[in-house]
Design a protein around this ligand. Sequence first.
Ligand code: NAI
Ligand code: MG
Length: 359
Amino acid sequence: SKDRSYKIAVIPGDGIGKEVMPEGVRALEAAASRFGFSLDLQWHDFANCDYYAKHGQMMPDDWKARIGDVDAIFFGAVGWPDTVPDHISLWQSILQFRREYDQYVNLRPVRLMPGVPCPLAGRGPGDIDFWVVRENTEGEYSSIGGHMFPGTEREIVIQETVMTRHGVDRVLRFAFDLARTRDRRHVTSATKSNGIAITMPFWDGRVEAIGTEYPDVTHDKYHIDILTAQFVLNPQRFDVVVASNLFGDILSDLGPACAGTIGVAPSANINPDGTSPSLFEPVHGSAPDIAGKGIANPVGQIWSAAMMLEHFGEDAAAAGIMAAIEAVLATPEGRTPDLKGSADTVTCGKAISEAIAGA
Ligand code: NAI
Ligand code: MG
């Protein structure tokens, strides 16, 4: 907002979500005082499995009113499969936000950071730096279709891909706009028009059409099968990669995996039109295997705070957080055990916040 004051719903969730969220908030507060904006943080105790145990549902019926008119949602991780099945805990929380707030872009950075061992041989920090933009509301994940004659020899299942010009154009424009903010100004489109011969040629045609609106941005396309191979073989080729819901789902896990560990990867579910709030979260889940030990890596949560600030237009603060993350990851004392370091969650988080304050 113009007055540089941001109202944020803070929802820690379950497991390590409750441990990494305070570090995400610590980093936000450090950035606010260092870069001169103000925060109104509103913590919510729903969208977690303890709430479910008490109320028989993950969120109150009036969750939308309780969250109210916020600039963004800062989310931890949800899920506790020992007590609540995952399809209930996720569908009744995070998936409600994505849908009800029309967060039609899922955005994930693929960036190799210092101190993070790269699973791809011979690559170092700086070698991999691109974004995956996933269409988040339509495409292959539709509820149009049906199941007939179940359990018989005549059994039929059909699920249709739904692409609308409105839905495709808006995610493509987001990708081209993002490319404009980058040095290389290049968009790669994921397609499969050689096999999926109706929707994917339509997608390709919209890429051409939207591309003409951006003469300063170059674009190319790859079929999804070879594109996944190129993520591994030649990740340096990519700048902004845009994909339909299914292809983007795969690429948005593959990309960050090529750049290292799940503990550092962030994700944003964005409503670029600003008609409702966007949501920022780490990629990882609630990690029941390490929850309660205080050793979770807080970097994914903190990096998602940087994405949130960038979304607000607080670019200097976002860059300050990223520089602080890089400085702390470069030292074994700053890193958590998943990165072969000796820090616990709070030590790592405090080191990053101190680096932000001194930026
Ligand atoms: P997970 O991401 O929670 O954990 C996978 C593995 O990575 C575990 O060994 C865990 O210890 C490790 N790990 C994850 N984050 C880490 C961190 N910050 N620092 C160090 N190690 C970390 O995925 P999992 O185990 O499949 O799912 C656990 C629960 O989380 C389930 O209920 C699942 O549905 C939920 N989940 C929720 C998500 C969300 O809230 N958006 C996303 C993914 C899973
Ligand atoms: Mg996925």
